[in-house]
Design a protein around this ligand. Sequence first.
Ligand code: ZN
Length: 363
Amino acid sequence: MKSAITFYDRIPERWLNVEPLHAMQLLHELEKPTVVKYSSPNPKEGARWMVTLQHANESSGLYAFVDVWKKLMQSERSLDYDLYFVIANGYGAMAREDYPIFGRRFSPDQIDWNRCWTKPEEVGRGDMPARQREQVEELTSLILETNPEYMIDIHNTTGKNKPLAFVQERYAQGVLVHNLVNHIIYSGVLPGSLLDRFSDVCETVTLECGKTGTFEALYACQEMLRTFINFKTGNEKEKKESPLCYQELGRMVIKENVDFSFYNPNKENREFTEKERGRGTFLVRSDIENFNQTHVHDFGSLGVYEGEEFPLRFLEHGVDKSDEYFQIHGREIKIAKPTYGLLFTTNVHNIRVTELGYLMERV
Ligand SMILES: [Zn+2]
């Protein structure tokens, strides 16, 4: 039977000649979702799974995998559990026509990989291409067959952030996640996500390493993979610091008819140009990504705007709560509630099609 995925029962030897920063060379071999097993000679614990590149523009996990493969093989490390690596969407990461390598979240003939995992009782998305459905189904059965104990799903953000984890509330006090990161976010329901699909099966954690394509995020990812592999089930928390836990409140969307641009808040008294004033431009602080996991009091205003109404909306489960969350002081747009920033970005495309960022509260 022709398989929809590629499975290796050991790390392919030829891959060990590839250096981590040349990991892109492997993409043409990763067109199908690819699973690589690192077998334990004597498994005493349930399997562990590491998934990456569900989002084809979020590359840190792939680079870190190449690094880990070398280290495991060179040290001839023997583990007490079978370890599995998944590279989900090498296909989407490849350059094609208008897109550069790692240039998009998924390709035009796919849907978002992190929205296509269905639970046994669910129907699943009707718009999922047949090829992708086969891939997801085959991957799911393979994962379930191994009796997984832990699973991490590695992502990047388009803005800067400190490493953070999304978990379902039931796992927020889990020892594993406390060892991995200092910032933990209770995940709401996200239908079709890997997190929703496998949290019922095993302790599942979604990790955001930091800004995609940066060394900072790669280092953070390497550190988290090391912790995950060395983690001993049942061990008391080794970290001294206790992590901060948050819950999402809602997201901030710039109004469709509002033009926006960025300004440097350290240069005082930025005047609007004639054109900006004519268009009613919202000037967003260019350091808005520093707001991530930072208290609003320490960060200050979001930007400046000369208009009667807010240039953006605050949406709590789709309901407009702008009046509760925003205030205008002179021409500065401020946040009225003691909250923390999450996933703020200066990526213009993301801001336009999705959001500027989220706010969360400590729990
Ligand atoms: Zn992602």
